[in-house]
Design a protein around this ligand. Structure first.
Ligand SMILES: NC(=O)c1ccc[n+]([C@@H]2O[C@H](COP(=O)([O-])OP(=O)(O)OC[C@H]3O[C@@H](n4cnc5c(N)ncnc54)[C@H](O)[C@@H]3O)[C@@H](O)[C@H]2O)c1
Length: 290
C-alpha cells in the first residue's frame, strides 16, 4: 500500500509528537482533537519544537515551513475520509478508544490501517470495536516522539501479516527502529520499566531516599539521560496511573500496584511537567525550576 495521507487522533503530548514526525517524513497529516484548546496547544508545541531546531541550526527554515504546510488540524473526525493510515493517541481508556475506533471504521476507506498508540491496553479489545480487525494493530511510540527511536508494533491474534509488514515499513520510514511486541498490556518496554518506576516512587513515599538522590543514582549509575522521577513527570502522572491500574488489573501482580503517593499526586492535579508540578516544579515553558 502506498501511504499518502495520515490521520492522527488526539493532539496531546503523543499525538502532537507523532504528527510532527510523520509530517517531517513528508506525509500529509490531518490531526483531530475533540478539544479545540488542546488542538491549538498541540499545534503550538509543534511550532515551538521546530523553531528550537531552527535556532540550533538543526533544521532549515524551508524544511520547517514544509513540515507545517503538511499539517492540518481539525475538530471534525469526518475529515479522515481519505486517510490511508490512522494513529490514535487519545487518553489510555478502553471505552474512549473503542468509540474512536468504531467511528474511524465507519469513516476511513476500507483499505486504511488503524493503529493505536495505547501503552497498557490489549489492542484486540480496541480492534473488536471495528469490522476490520485484520487491519488494526498497536503502534507504540515513546516520549518525546521526535527524539525517541523505538516503536513497538503490537500484533494481535487477528492482525494480518500484511498489516504488520506495512506498519513496520511505515515506522522505519519515520526514522524509527521497530520491534514486534506481544498484545499483552505493557507490551515489552513498559512491562519492564513499570517495575522500576513504581519502585522509585515507593522509595520516595517510604522516605528511604530523597527525590534528587533517587534520580541521580539511577541517572549516573545506569548512564541514562535523565532521572526516573524526572522522566515520569515528562510522561504525565495521570497517564502513568491509568497505565499501572490497567497492568495491575490485567496481571493481578502486586509489583504493578500503583503507589498511594502517585494516586494522591494525580488527585491534587500534580500531573508532571504538563501541569507545572509533579515530582519537580516547572515554569510555563516546561523548564524545571524546583
Ligand atoms: N505520555 C507518554 O509518555 C506516552 C507514551 C507512549 C504512549 N502513550 C499513550 O498515548 C496515548 C495518549 O497519551 P498522551 O500522553 O498524549 O495524552 P494527553 O492527555 O497528552 O493527550 C490526549 C489527547 O486526546 C484528546 N482526546 C481525548 N478523547 C478524544 C477523542 N474521543 N477524540 C479525539 N481526541 C480526544 C484530548 O483532548 C488530548 O488532547 C495514551 O494511550 C497513552 O497511554 C503515552
Amino acid at each position: 500500500m502506498n501511504i499518502k495521507k495520515v490521520g492522527i487522533v488526539g493532539c496531546g503530548i503523543m499525538g502532537s509528537g507523532i504528527t510532527q514526525v510523520v509530517a517531517h517524513s513528508g506525509y500529509s497529516v490531518t490531526v483531530f482533537d475533540i478539544n479545540e484548546a488542546a488542538l491549538k496547544t498541540g499545534l503550538e508545541s509543534i511550532r515551538f519544537r521546530l523553531q528550537k531546531s531552527v535556532d540550533k541550526g538543526k533544521l532549515s527554515i524551508e524544511k520547517r515551513e514544509s513540515i507545517l504546510a503538511g499539517i492540518r488540524g481539525t475538530t471534525d473526525i469526518s475529515d479522515f475520509g481519505n486517510c490511508d493510515f490512522v494513529i490514535e493517541a487519545v487518553f489510555d481508556n478502553l471505552e474512549i478508544k473503542r468509540k474512536v475506533f468504531s467511528e474511524l471504521d465507519n469513516i476511513c476507506p476500507k483499505h486504511a490501517i488503524l493503529a493505536s498508540n495505547a501503552s497498557s491496553l490489549s489492542i484486540i479489545d480496541i480492534a473488536a470495536a471495528t469490522k476490520r480487525m485484520d487491519k488494526v494493530l498497536g503502534m507504540h511510540f515513546f516520549n518525546p516522539v521526535p527524539v525517541m527511536k523505538l516503536v513497538e508494533v503490537v500484533k494481535t491474534i487477528a492482525t494480518s501479516e500484511e498489516t504488520v509488514e506495512i506498519s513496520k515499513e511505515f515506522g522505519e520510514k519515520l526514522g524509527k527502529t521497530v520491534v514486534i511486541a506481544p498484545d499483552m498490556p505493557g507490551y515489552i518496554h513498559n512491562r519492564l520499566t513499570a517495575v522500576l518506576s513504581i519502585a522509585a516512587i515507593k522509595m520516595l513515599e517510604d522516605k528511604i531516599a530523597g527525590r534528587d538522590d533517587i534520580d541521580t543514582a539511577l541517572k549516573l549509575g545506569s548512564n541514562l539521560p535523565m532521572g526516573r522521577l524526572e522522566l515520569l513527570d515528562m510522561v504525565g502522572l495521570d497517564t502513568l496511573l491509568e497505565g499501572y491500574e490497567n497492568l495491575y488489573q490485567t496481571y493481578k501482580d502486586p509489583k504493578y500496584a500503583p503507589p498511594l503517593l502517585l494516586k494522591q499526586m494525580v488527585a491534587a492535579g500534580w500531573l508532571g511537567r504538563k501541569s507545572g508540578r509533579g515530582f519537580y516544579i516547572y515554569d510555563k515553558n516546561g523548564n524545571k525550576i524546583g
